[in-house]
Ligand binder design. Structure first.
Ligand code: PBG
Length: 328
């Protein structure tokens, strides 16, 4: 009556795929993704990880072949985890010059000097008991003694060529200790990406199979955070930033989107979110059973992490999604 237009008009920005793409609030870029890799001793090894379909444990030579894809797809970087030959009480392979991560770093930097390589720093892959630190006779993790080891590992990785050091152990005071150790060695330009809010999560289970690092007794609840707490994540993050963290992190991502949002609103710092093994394997398993479509579900999951506020996404889906993004 008032005008010639219908009262309810379609939202015209949604009428074609190109228009909706133009109006999109967040989009994914391969250069903001980090791909994790498990590296192991030996030659010609590309061993499937049962709990993480399409993920493998690689020997260094095989990893070098695989990294061609990382480079050609313009992925932001890789995160290295070592699967050692021998484990002991103190995780000594982790800081040895010929440890598996040190060997991998040297080879990767020889062949692909420009590739950004982040190393996870933790003892759990390397200790016979599977805890993230040195344990006392009662099985408690000794915080301050563990810091000395974390500092040694960090310096060793940085000297072998790591571009970023990423402590995932959750000991108190580790960022400060690692920063001081790196600076003392003149490694002042090596940034620290701290796993600043890392929850005690059941979504790490597939990873523990991949890296063979399940604790042999007890659990990680005394040093990882209670999933019920969000304000605590802000406190933990502030402490890590005060100690010198350059990049902060929320882990896991999917059940903690509210934490990602809060941290990004509170701190104007580069924020990474770790889309962990369980989040990856859930989609893999459901899509194999035909319960959902892998491409759509992976894209939606990763978009939600970005929308919540993550600048950087660490995901086993990095390569997969980068290939998808290339499609018209
Ligand atoms: C080692 C570490 C873990 C993960 C990353 N670094 C396991 C754990 O804390 O138990 C989990 C990553 C994943 O699930 O993808 N501290």
């Amino acid at each position: 009556m008032v005008s010639g237009y219908p009262l309810i008009r379609p939202r015209r920005l949604r009428t074609s795929p190109n228009l909706s793409r133009l109006a999109r609030e967040v989009s994914l870029e391969p250069s903001k993704f980090i791909m994790p890799y498990f590296v192991t001793h030996g030659k010609s090894i590309k061993e499937p990880i049962e709990t993480m379909p399409d993920q493998f444990r690689y020997s260094v030579d095989e990893l070098l072949k695989e990294l061609k894809n990382v480079i050609s797809l313009n992925i932001g970087g890789i995160l290295l985890f070592g699967v050692p030959e021998r484990k002991d009480e103190f995780g000594s392979e982790s800081y040895s010059n010929d440890g598996i991560v040190q060997q991998a770093l040297k080879s990767i930097k020889d062949v692909y000097p420009g590739l950004l390589v982040i190393t996870d720093v933790c003892l759990c892959d390397y200790t016979s008991h599977g805890h993230c630190g040195i344990v006392d006779e009662n099985g408690y993790v000794k915080n301050d003694e563990t810091l000395e080891y974390l500092a040694k590992i960090s310096v060793s990785y940085a000297k072998a060529g790591a571009d970023i050091i990423a402590p995932s152990d959750m000991m108190d005071g580790r960022v400060k200790k690692i920063r001081e150790a790196l600076d003392d060695e003149g490694l002042i330009n090596i940034p620290i990406m701290s796993y600043s809010s890392k929850y005690a999560s059941s979504f790490y289970e597939p990873f523990r199979d991949a890296a063979d690092c399940s604790p042999k007794f007890g659990n990680r609840k005394s040093y990882q955070m209670d999933p019920s707490n969000a304000a605590e994540a802000i406190l933990e993050t502030r402490l890590d930033l005060d100690e010198g963290a350059d990049i902060i992190m929320v882990k896991p991502a999917l059940s903690y989107l509210d934490v990602i949002y809060r941290i990004k609103q509170t701190f104007q710092r580069p924020l990474a979110a770790y889309n962990v093994s369980g989040e990856y394997s859930m989609i893999k398993a459901a899509s194999k059973l035909g319960y959902l479509k892998e491409d759509d579900a992976a894209l939606e999951m990763l978009t939600s992490i970005k929308r919540a506020g993550a600048d950087i996404i660490i995901s086993y889906y990095s390569l997969y999604i980068a290939k998808l993004l290339l499609l018209p």
